[in-house]
Design a protein. Structure first.
Ligand SMILES: [Zn+2]
Length: 372
């Protein structure tokens, strides 16, 4: 794979993923302009969902000036099923319905747009669609303009939602974005903390898939390329925005999405879901970092060591669960949540995973986490 270093090289780069994705990628050096132009050419009536945090950046002004929009505060937590239901009701009450939902922002804004796009065509509440293999109709076209790289949300058929009972995605092919406009420059306004930890999650996805025993070959190939790119990015100091590192980040992110199709993450992710359930304000990327730091023995072939190294290079202390309100009173419940992620344990340990993984094994990892 040749590696583009500049925006112009990125714009003319051939497809760098092997897995068949459902999303059309538009490679751009001026994302807002290209998005609005493509929408004008193809969709008559877009409705925008944009992250409030982008307001001070002048380049997003044309979107904030749109009449048909919803400004979303993504800093709170993942989008909630109630946010989706509220937006669906608001849009349905309009005289003219939009024909495309456009998400502008990080993973949360994209997930909200993806959920609203599909739920508009389906009668039940969003919480009733959290899960896999549910019968759903195709909704509106979903467009995304990511402003942060690493989640892969720009190409995955998954929209993660926090519901009244559980944090779980709507998993359906009609949840995949129809079009993603990818402009590496758009992350230049993001905080170093967000750029770093979102890329860390991207690294964990690729790393865990390359160690998975149940992932498909095309996913493994994409994950290997993505792992190289994520490691190159995280081995540098991310204090200052750099085009070369931003180009690598968007490419690693798309591979993070494509390798999820047919690929499966492992132990750090299983553990992170228990943490997230006990602390709604703990960002997913930080939860996985905390989990990886407690898995030194399981990920002894580089995962743990690289995590420690990337934190050091970028001057971040090792994040601790206690700083997010998690203590030993949560261990029982977290253990139950993590043990429920059977496919992820299977992914790492293989078909006889439950000969190794039981309550004591998992509770022991959480003990290390709350004591760290
Ligand atoms: Zn993740």
């Amino acid at each position: 794979m040749g590696k583009p270093r500049t925006i112009d090289e990125f714009k003319s780069a051939n497809a760098w993923w092997r897995t068949k994705i459902l999303t059309e990628i538009i490679q751009s050096g001026d994302g807002v302009t290209d998005l609005l132009r493509a929408l004008r050419d193809r969709a008559a009536r877009p409705f925008f969902i944009i992250d409030e945090i982008l307001k001070p950046q002048e380049r997003f002004l044309p979107i904030f000036e749109m009449e048909e929009k919803f400004i979303f505060d993504a800093s709170r937590s993942e989008p909630r099923t109630g946010d989706v239901d509220g937006l669906v009701a608001l849009i349905k009450a309009k005289d003219t319905l939009p024909d495309a939902i456009v998400g502008v922002g990080g993973g949360s804004s994209m997930d909200l747009a993806k959920s609203v796009g599909i739920c508009l065509a389906n009668p039940k509440t969003a919480a009733e669609y959290q899960g896999y293999g549910l019968d759903m109709k195709r909704g509106l076209d979903i467009w995304v303009l990511p402003t942060l790289s690493g989640t892969g949300a720009e190409v995955t058929p998954i929209a993660v939602l926090r519901g009244p009972e559980k944090k779980l995605g709507i998993n359906n092919n009609f949840t995949a974005p129809t079009v993603a406009v990818i402009d590496p420059g758009l992350s230049s306004g993001a905080r170093k903390f967000n750029r770093f930890f979102t890329m860390m999650d991207c690294f964990f996805h690729h790393y865990e898939i390359t160690r998975s025993k149940t992932s498909e070959e095309s996913a493994l190939l994409d994950a290997r390329d993505g792992l190289d790119l994520a490691k190159e990015v995280l081995s540098g100091d991310l204090s200052e925005f750099s085009v070369e590192s931003a180009v690598k980040s968007v490419m690693a992110s798309v591979l993070g999405g494509s390798s999820t199709i047919g690929g499966r993450v492992g132990v750090s992710h299983a553990i992170s879901y228990g943490l997230s359930n006990s602390s709604p304000h703990l960002p997913h990327s930080v939860a996985v970092t905390i989990s990886m730091l407690a898995c030194r023995d399981i990920y002894a072939d580089g995962g743990w060591e690289d995590t420690v190294r990337f934190l050091e290079i970028n001057g971040f202390p090792r994040p601790r669960a206690r700083d997010y309100g998690i203590d030993d009173s949560h261990i029982e419940r977290m253990t139950t949540t993590a043990l429920g992620m059977e496919k992820l344990w299977h992914s790492h340990f293989g078909p006889d995973w439950n000969s190794r993984v039981d309550r004591a094994f998992v509770a022991d990892i959480y003990k290390r986490i709350v004591e760290a």
